[in-house]
Design a protein around this ligand. Sequence first.
Ligand SMILES: [Zn+2]
Ligand SMILES: [Zn+2]
Length: 268
Amino acid sequence: MNASLTILGCGSARPTFQNSPSGQVLDLCDKSFLIDCGEGTQLHIARLGVRTSRLYNIFISHLHGDHCYGLIGLLSTLSMQHRLQPMHIYAHADLETLLRPWLSYFGEEYSYDIVFHPINPRKREVIFEDRTVMVETIPLKHSVPCCGFLFSEIHRQPDGEGGYVRVPHKRYAYCSDTRYTETFLEQIRGVDMLYHESTYLNEHLHLCHHVMHSTAEQAATIAQKAEVGRLLLGHYSARVDDHELFLNEAQPVFQNTQLAHEGDKIEF
Ligand SMILES: [Zn+2]
Ligand SMILES: [Zn+2]
């Protein structure tokens, strides 16, 4: 089955006129999954015509503002649109602690329920599974607890003993934010598409370890070592205006690399 990824925001912490902070919608098996929700996410959802009626699940990688400041606005707008279906939010437990006072102040009359699912970003585990899609956390190395997400389209086949085995088809790995680490290589091996943060260029390498982000070349090294199908770069630093520079540094290491642009819908 075809999958597609719509880029809502692919900038990093400081929004620019060129980029909004992180946000993506993954369409897989006739369902939509929102991955991170930086400021401005709801505007991109509206502009790009993303159907929120198919959106039941939001996955937040970590509690830095550029990955979650857009939530309260989006949740409020969904209520103004008279949404009835519950919304499930998968995130570090602190997100509920932070949002509850806002929701009880602004959201008492919300038209739908919000269900929080606390996750442990330090541990690899299955956090969502239905008949056709499974989502696992990918523990990352960042300045606060942070995990990526591995989305797998699954088919169940009988194992001959009355049970079944899961056979993954399409797989998409989202890895933002992280410094260079190979700890998750095996988990993402051979995925159809990898989004790996590419905050910096080689000239900023001295910053990367300290601020716990990666360069484009490091993202490409991960893609090459994990033998993924294709690599998508994003989470660009506001210091870099010309994004082609990221591509120039990544492609010599991993040819099948492309840049994320807001508004792109990438089929895979
Ligand atoms: Zn970030
Ligand atoms: Zn971060």
